[in-house]
Design a protein around this ligand. Structure first.
Ligand code: ADP
Ligand code: 2DT
Length: 212
């Protein structure tokens, strides 16, 4: 590698935990401190596959459950060349949802094992850090109503939360659970400290492969 690589940092958590707010804050803070950083989000609704997913999430189309799971995964794989290029150029990527959301959401549907759900994402670039923004149901409700998209119901989100808890038990991933009920500034300070540590640690290591 000609230069030190960037780190792959993922933010996960249930709806309204503050993922998007914190991704933006983190990218801004890293850039201000002179460290190249960029934000990505999954699903990326701008690609051809992303547009199919968007239409499904907005309930404008129906897709069979296995099919949509594979489309979410394909939406990550199609962006892997770009992700690797940026990481190798030294840009740290801050990502709003990744394969963990993929597994947590599909396996919250009846008849889906976590193992089946993980398979299509095996071998994706492995995050150097996954920040899980932990927020209980009551606190999330105080941040506003659910939107109108598919999956935005209370009972489904509670099953999703339980699936995330199973994923967090996997010690092969560098999970850090953040108390997302704190103020935006407090959450940001925690996230920044953990991110800088992960960025420094990642510099000298090759990009790993997820779940292999
Ligand atoms: P997510 O991306 O996880 O769904 P958002 O970042 O979109 O969550 O935040 C959801 C709502 O909660 C927004 O209105 C945002 O301003 C607010 N919010 C985010 N973080 C906090 C916080 N720490 N305390 C209070 N409100 C917050
Ligand atoms: P937002 O764009 O508001 O984050 O909502 N999802 C996401 C899946 O079901 N599978 C996936 O692989 C990913 C990344 C979570 C996107 C919705 O899509 C769900 C909420």
């Amino acid at each position: 590698m000609a230069c030190k690589r960037g780190a792959l940092i993922v933010l996960e958590g249930v709806d309204r935990a503050g993922k998007t707010t914190q991704c933006n804050r983190l990218v801004e803070a890293l850039q201000l401190s002179g460290r190249p950083a960029a934000m990505m989000r999954f699903p990326d609704r701008t690609t051809t596959i992303g547009k199919l997913i968007n239409s499904y999430l907005e309930s404008k189309s129906d897709l069979e459950d296995h099919t949509v799971h594979l489309l979410f995964s394909a939406n990550r794989w199609e962006l892997v060349p770009l992700m690797k290029k940026k990481l190798e150029e030294g840009t740290t990527l801050i990502i709003d949802r990744y394969a963990f959301s993929g597994v947590a959401f599909t396996s919250a549907k009846p008849g889906f094992s976590m193992n089946w759900c993980m398979n299509p994402d095996m071998g994706l670039p492995k995050p150097d850090l996954v920040l899980f923004l932990q927020l209980n149901h009551a606190a999330a409700a105080q941040r506003g109503q659910f939107g109108t998209e598919r999956y935005e119901t209370s009972s489904f989100q509670q099953t999703v939360q339980r699936r995330f808890e199973e994923l967090i038990a996997d010690t092969s991933i560098n999970w850090q659970v953040i108390d997302a009920s704190q103020s935006i500034d407090e959450v940001h300070e925690n996230i920044k400290r953990l991110s800088v540590k992960a960025m420094n640690a990642a510099e000298d290591w090759p990009i790993g492969e997820l779940w292999t």
